[in-house]
Design a protein around this ligand. Structure first.
Ligand SMILES: Nc1ncnc2c1ncn2[C@@H]1O[C@H](COP(=O)(O)OP(=O)(O)O)[C@@H](O)[C@H]1O
Ligand SMILES: [Mg+2]
Length: 254
């Protein structure tokens, strides 16, 4: 971090003038936003507008071409993979597909990040994984194989695994994808619980406006590489930009 580039206090996540292209395709152009500690920031936008890319930039899986990405006060853009591994200790990531390992049990999936850290003896790790499964309503599924889980249960298991590292920041990519409305709303309740009880800072990517409204505090609409609007759900619904307004309204029934 250079002396002139300081993170905004109270914002564990901040993108400052971030640009990212893949070949000739510009995905983000001088994109900036910050997320206040303990709040849920929702990134909205059509498919292919760079929402998942933004999450991957925040966890350092991809590097921007220009700009700064601050995570817990530190610009992670110049960090090498060892230093990134340290900053990722505070990050949980729930991928769209939940990305469970299919060859090990649900419980061992949740235990995996704890085993990798090797900070605790085995019985403690098992107990902690069981506790986490309990907290997402999968208390009886420790020995179940992932292939036997429904989509909603997979998502819960993925959430339990993301929470194993006790992240101060949780990144969630399309929590509603592939889920029915009731299951989706149950996942939202879990995300809300994580935000209010553990004071976790959330960044959630979603197309699902009812879901976004349940969990989100602030919302941003990404299009053409830029944030076209940022504010509360009501502010975006009343946006002067018809694209933003229509997006908020068209999805209201979903
Ligand atoms: N690793 C990559 N290599 C090349 N192009 C990519 C890569 N990741 C994303 N893209 C492109 O960037 C654009 C934004 O992708 P993404 O962030 O996944 O969109 P979404 O808003 O649907 O999540 C898409 O055009 C996608 O094809
Ligand atoms: Mg995506």
């Amino acid at each position: 971090m250079t002396a002139t580039e300081n993170a905004t206090p109270g914002a564990p996540i901040e993108l400052r003038a971030v640009s990212k292209s893949f070949g000739p395709r510009k995905v983000l152009e001088e994109c900036s936003f910050k997320v206040t500690a303990g709040t849920a920031f929702v990134l909205l936008g059509r498919s292919g507008t760079g929402k998942s890319v933004t999450l991957k930039l925040i966890c350092g899986l991809i590097k921007p071409d220009a700009g700064a990405v601050f995570v817990n006060g530190e610009d992670i853009t110049p960090l090498d993979s060892n230093a990134l591994a340290v900053t990722r200790k505070h990050l949980g990531f729930l991928f769209q597909t939940a990305a469970l390992f299919d060859s090990i049990s649900v419980g061992e999936n949740v235990a995996f990040p704890l085993r990798r850290r090797a900070e605790k003896p085995d019985p403690e790790i098992r107990n902690r994984a069981a506790e986490l499964l309990e907290s997402v309503g999968l208390g009886n599924e420790y020995d179940t194989m992932p292939s036997e889980l429904s989509g909603g249960m997979r998502k819960r298991a993925g959430l339990a695994r993301a929470l194993a590292v006790e992240p101060s920041i949780l990144l969630v990519d399309e929590p509603s994808a592939g889920l029915d409305p009731i299951t989706s709303s149950e996942i939202d309740q879990l995300l809300l619980k994580i935000k209010t009880q553990q004071k976790t800072t959330l960044v959630i990517v979603t197309h699902n406006i009812p879901s976004a409204r349940r969990v989100g505090d602030r919302f941003a609409f990404l299009d053409g590489g830029r944030l076209l609007a940022e504010g509360t759900a009501d502010e975006l619904t009343a946006s002067e930009n018809p694209l933003v307004r229509d997006f908020m309204k068209s999805q209201q029934a979903g």
